[in-house]
Design a protein around this ligand. Structure first.
Ligand SMILES: [Zn+2]
Length: 248
């Protein structure tokens, strides 16, 4: 049986060891790692649905034909070394699991959110600050989409799309000054049935730690965050420096 955590860990090593740049991308797409169908994100207003708005710049961003979400649930990725590269009030990360509407294959994706300025944080039950994972983010205004390339514009083989929301606001943040949020979508990576991250309570990192296969996936996801985090911070630091006084 394939251990997909090795696959994800390999991706982390690849990211870490390369000299990456980000370029504006025309129309990147998330692809199912099993059947290679395009995974289209859409939003819903269904009562009780906790899925957040996530829109990729696909030709038809509303995929009403399947009526299925491409991500079912997610949880914050446990991380010990986050302050090494990112201020806690500007950075958040999540591992989401989904089921392909076309082939029923399981996959997981690492989402990183990085903000251009500190955001007032809340604290969860464990006393850890968080601000993106369990919050409503409203995105207005225009957005840009980036793809990473190796220096010299050689195509980069790890699935990684960056959606930059140029005028974002979080529901509990009283600061109304300009806030740019980069949403890094790293994945999807395939999961086997044995690696299914969903528990009775949904996707939960603390429960996943009790099972060898799931634990390896969570550790590999942490590795992706540690590898990609510095690139994510560099992107928003260098690219938005001139925008801080710009009204969008
Ligand atoms: Zn599929």
């Amino acid at each position: 049986m394939t251990d997909n955590s090795n696959h994800i860990a390999h991706a982390a090593n690849f990211i870490r060891s390369r000299n990456l740049e980000f370029v504006l991308a025309d129309n990147p797409k998330s692809i199912c790692p099993h059947c290679h169908q395009v995974l289209e994100l859409f939003e819903t207003t269904e009562p009780g649905c906790v899925s957040r708005e996530r829109i990729l710049p696909v030709e038809n961003s509303v995929n009403e034909s399947t009526g299925a979400f491409i991500y079912d649930d997610g949880d914050m990725i446990p991380l010990d070394k986050e302050s090494a590269f990112a201020p806690i009030d500007r950075f958040d990360r999540e591992l989401s699991q989904g089921t392909c509407p076309s082939c029923d294959g399981l996959y997981c994706t690492v989402f990183l959110h990085v903000s251009s300025r500190p955001i007032r944080t809340e604290v969860n039950r464990q006393g850890e600050p968080f601000f993106f994972v369990d919050s409503e983010i409203s995105f207005e205004g225009y957005r840009n989409v980036f793809s990473p390339v190796l220096k010299g514009e050689i195509p980069f083989s790890i699935p990684w799309i960056v959606v930059r929301h140029n005028n974002a606001h979080l529901d509990f943040d009283p600061d109304l000054s300009l806030c740019i949020i980069d949403e890094h979508i790293i994945g999807p990576f395939p999961l086997t049935v044995q690696e299914n991250l969903a528990e009775e309570i949904g996707v939960a990192a603390c429960m996943g730690a009790l099972d060898r296969f799931r634990k390896n996936i969570w550790l590999a996801a942490e590795d992706i965050v540690l590898a990609a985090g510095p690139f994510a911070m560099k992107l928003i630091e260098t690219d938005t420096a001139d925008l801080s006084n710009t009204k969008i």
